[in-house]
Ligand binder design. Structure first.
Ligand SMILES: NC(=O)c1ccc[n+]([C@@H]2O[C@H](COP(=O)([O-])OP(=O)(O)OC[C@H]3O[C@@H](n4cnc5c(N)ncnc54)[C@H](OP(=O)(O)O)[C@@H]3O)[C@@H](O)[C@H]2O)c1
Length: 257
């Protein structure tokens, strides 16, 4: 498939890498020429001189610019008459997108782990996409877990899947700090933290048991884990994490008003 990516920042780059690896014909455009050229060298995909240069009716347009730049960008994108527009812009609704483009539109909320095929990709359901659903599923499948949702669920998906990786990275950061406090090197702490989290997630996914059950499996009477579990609860970490996700959820709702 021929796919033009508009915006070559963090998300544009993740999309370009995974789509190129799947054998699609990617081309890039960014208002900062050097940004597009740098990604072009990294991925091995050409840059376009203008946003819509050379696009045909069967081609795809992917919008990976910041929501604040949407209105300004529209002037040069509105004429797109290809097969599909894909938008990853937080807070720009399906109704806004449909009003702006004459081509069919997919609103999706990915996270950066799509780069490695381990992303969460929420796709907004829309009856207008029925005929394209198989194509879209095949296009996105290599990115990770694809979830078709009603648009109202977007804020929860943004908080859990979109912002979630940042909170997980903060937990890893805390584990590395703890490793340093216990006299290990940061490098060793990083290795142990990554593998521990990976192992825990594989166990959770493969065992089909609840997180609570698995926690008890690791916790022996009077042992080391229960000492940590007690401190975890006393510190209000679990409740703090719930509040963290809810803060992201509320902010996502605010931004789309
Ligand atoms: N990063 C994430 O984890 C994540 C997760 C889910 C969704 N998203 C969504 O993905 C979108 C992109 O996020 P990002 O983090 O990749 O942003 P970013 O790093 O700021 O990248 C956006 C790029 O687009 C360029 N740009 C702005 N207006 C343009 C225009 N009219 N034409 C061409 N290029 C233009 C920007 O140039 P300037 O530097 O000059 O502004 C910048 O290089 C956002 O809408 C965000 O909501 C991101």
């Amino acid at each position: 498939m021929k796919i033009r990516i508009i915006g070559c920042g963090a998300m544009g780059s993740a999309l370009a890498h995974i789509l190129k690896e799947q054998g699609h014909q990617i081309s890039l455009f960014d208002r900062k020429k050097e940004q597009a050229e740098s990604l072009s060298r990294e991925v091995g995909a050409p840059c376009a001189k203008t946003p819509l240069e050379g696009l045909q009716t069967e081609d795809l347009l992917v919008l990976a610019i910041k929501p604040n730049d949407f209105e300004e960008a529209l002037a040069s994108l509105q004429e797109f008459s290809g097969a599909l527009v894909i938008s990853v812009l937080t807070g720009i609704t399906l109704a806004q997108l449909k009003k702006a483009f004459r081509a069919p539109v997919l609103r999706m909320m990915p996270n950066l782990a799509i780069r490695y095929g381990e992303g969460v990709v929420a796709c907004m359901q829309d009856p207008a996409l029925e005929g394209l659903k198989k194509t879209i599923d095949a296009l996105l499948a290599p990115m990770g877990e694809i979830l078709w949702i009603q648009e109202e669920a977007i804020h929860a998906l943004t908080a859990l899947g979109g912002s979630g990786p940042a909170f997980i990275f903060m937990i890893v950061e805390a584990m590395i700090d703890a490793a340093l406090a216990m006299g290990l090197s940061a490098d060793m702490g990083r290795k142990v933290a990554i593998q521990t989290i990976k192992g825990a997630m594989t166990t959770l996914e493969s065992s089909h048991r609840s997180p609570g059950d698995l926690k008890w499996q690791v916790t022996s009477p009077g042992g080391t884990t229960i000492a940590g579990v007690r401190q975890f609860e006393e510190s209000g970490i679990k409740s703090g994490l719930i509040k963290t996700f809810l803060a992201a959820y509320e902010r996502s709702r605010e931004l789309s008003k």
